[in-house]
Design a protein around this ligand. Sequence first.
Ligand code: SF4
Length: 454
Amino acid sequence: MERIGVEAEREFLFTEEVDENCGVFGLWSARSVAEEIYYGIFKLQHRGQRYCGISTWNNGLCLVTHPGFVRHAFSPDELRSLKGCLGIGHVSLKERQPMVFYSHLGPYALAFSGNIANSEELRKQLFRDGHAFVTQTDTEILGRFLSQGKTILEGLKQIYKVVRGSFSLVVLTREGIYAARDVHGFKPLVLGRSGKRTAVASESRPFDFLGLKIVRDVKPGEIVLLDNGGFKSMLEIKGGQPAFCAFEWGYIASVDSIIDGIPVIRARQNFGMKLAQRDTTEKLKADIVSPVPFSGIGCALGYHHYSGIPYQESFLIDRFASRSYTPLLQEEREKEAKIKLSVIKDNVRGKKIVLCDDSIVRGTQIRNKVMELKRAGAKAVHVRIACPPLIAPCRYSISTRTYDELVALKYSLEGICRLIGADSLKYNTLDDFVDAIGLPATKLCLSCWTGKYL
Ligand code: SF4
């Protein structure tokens, strides 16, 4: 029996063109998987907070999707209704997933993380071929191309053939869960295992919670099938130069994850150490080093370890506020960032502070933070940024920026420093940034900082 669960808020199906970032999770087990998938996507919540969904296979597809946070969205009854020993889950900023398809291949549910750069062209092609769409989502485009194959594997090959951009996807079928990563491997996808449970996830973070161990990352261009407690590498499509998204280590991924073999915390601490090395040479004097939480924490720790300057919190995180980039309008973002952090006045009064953050897009949020510290009595605020200046939008995954928004394109370093009201400003150089991640530049996507696309 096939059962389709909650699909009440139809207005969410037709969205405006918005930012994209999300996380996927899949699990095959000898016992019921719904609860573990729920925890799996809960641990990926930082990758997307607008929608969440779970699909399981139990002699047919079960599906429940919701707007909002994983923790608030699913009821115990819904989780009980999601029966079966294999399933997939998704969190998103953009659209409801997984999406279910019925085709000559049988029913399947598809969820993906990434961005299809040529989606409009592909949609027109499908229109010309007589297809009609019920949503304006990239997921539906992927599903329609998948169903063009004689088998799921052939359908996935078709996706590799036509899609430009980034995707890490999972497809739930009666024979198991297919996991596939685009030929450049822009978005992470990692395999985990424990006993008879096998899993795939956008990041390793859920594995720790669920008692799974990392087995390996899905290779760029690889399609893996999870079934009967094992992994089968079905196909490796060659021809793409690896281009792992360096912004995963800079900002997107959680610090307790390991992405393509590199612990995120190690990279972030290295960013801070590189910045501290330069400041030590130039004899910068400061009383404390502080992060803009959360994504500046690793960088501030690394700075502290190298420089010996005491690490102290300048901001208190409001645990009930959400991550600041998630709201889609700039106005919403600024309000959210303000609600999220309040200054711990006693820690900053009379202090010279090194303030670490991950990156600067428009400069408004870091300026607000510098101003708040100064209003609280900080003597000086030296801003140190883990990533080099952002000079280009992302075409492959999180389309959060346009050229117009990027402050680094409008002002010199000194100009940005004046604009944000800092006493000094330094970014990591691209060489130091790459060195800190620990992978060769030839394996990374660095387009945000070079403006050169593949
Ligand atoms: S352009 Fe930037 S955000 Fe996009 S994939 Fe490359 S490094 Fe990541």
